[in-house]
Design a binder for this molecule. Sequence first.
Ligand SMILES: [Mg+2]
Length: 121
Amino acid sequence: MTGLKEGGERVTLDLLTKKMDDFARERDWERFHSPRNLLLALVGEMGELSEIFQWKGEVPKGLPNWKDEEKQHLGEELSDVLLYLVRLSDVCGVDLGKAALRKVELNALKYPVNGDGGSKK
Ligand SMILES: [Mg+2]
């Protein structure tokens, strides 16, 4: 997982936020991008992502038996979820990167390393 765009530029949440803002602005879609509308769109995309795994049973990590088209479709739906999440965070005035880092720290305090492998993953 490199997180690099073609040309070597790193893909960041800030870059995705800017691209989503530009995309909406260019199409005059900002008026549709209320927090509620974006949340509902995000939930819809979560449904599309879930459909990919629906009825398959458990699948091994790396998805070794999936066709290239299936993995590409998965990447598209994962992206839809990420992009709506980034957009929702932006219109709500939440710095998603900062909030996520803080949450990782809070989770580390809540679930300290104790060497027994833990019961939560
Ligand atoms: Mg989709």
